[in-house]
Design a protein around this ligand. Structure first.
Ligand code: GLN
Length: 199
């Protein structure tokens, strides 16, 4: 199974490093920068960075439509921070950022500027174990979740992680911690999606 990390901007190396720590003979992390690269992937992580820049680079690389259509066909995709913004069906005040995807509305920079970045711990019951260390860097907020969306975590009453079928979003940066649980969770989502397709 090839799990791609979109390699245009942002926390690319960190996600690849987390995946390589979880790799075995069945998991193969690859960096994706082109449509042929995307075609090799069974799943994709869209890292954090700057959503406006990411969207411009996606358009220039010819990846916007191919990612949207693979997503509609059921390819598992995980968006962290700016990646979450691109995966939200609606982005407050921005009509041209979304790639479609999850039935949520997000607002950019709800926690303020770079200097207001912080780390908060909160439980993610699906993962079990101790609270998760969430690194928030000019993070977006989820301000509406559709009926089919499962809220995986809240921090101070704010929704910070959600899942809808094969799509996962987190407003924080698990790739900047030593905690591999969310990457492991995504790999399980990918394995389940692959198994379903094989039926
Ligand atoms: N504030 C950024 C944006 O709106 C996201 C920040 C991040 O990914 N760490 O795109």
């Amino acid at each position: 199974m090839h799990i791609g990390v979109l390699g245009l901007q942002g926390g690319v190396a960190e996600h690849l490093e987390m995946l390589s720590r979880l790799s075995d003979e069945t998991i193969n992390p690859i960096e994706v920068r082109t449509p042929p690269g995307l075609r090799q992937c069974d799943a994709l992580i869209i890292p954090g960075g700057e959503s406006t820049a990411l969207r411009i680079l996606l358009d220039a690389a010819g990846l916007t439509d191919p990612i949207s259509s693979r997503m509609q066909q059921g390819m598992p995709v995980w968006g962290t921070c700016a990646g979450m913004i691109l995966l939200a069906q609606k982005v407050l005040y921005h009509q041209n950022l979304s790639l479609g995807g999850m039935d949520i509305t997000v607002a950019r920079n709800v926690y303020g500027r770079q200097q207001e970045s912080f780390v908060a711990e909160f439980p993610i019951p699906e993962l079990g174990g101790p609270p998760f260390p969430g690194v928030f860097i000019r993070a977006p907020g989820v301000i509406r979740t559709g009926d089919g969306v499962q809220v995986l975590a809240r921090s101070d009453d704010q929704v910070v992680a959600c899942r809808e079928q094969h799509l996962l979003v987190t407003s924080f940066h698990p790739e900047l911690t030593d905690d591999l649980r969310l990457h492991r969770y995504f790999i399980h989502m990918c394995t389940a999606a692959c198994a379903e397709r094989a039926h």
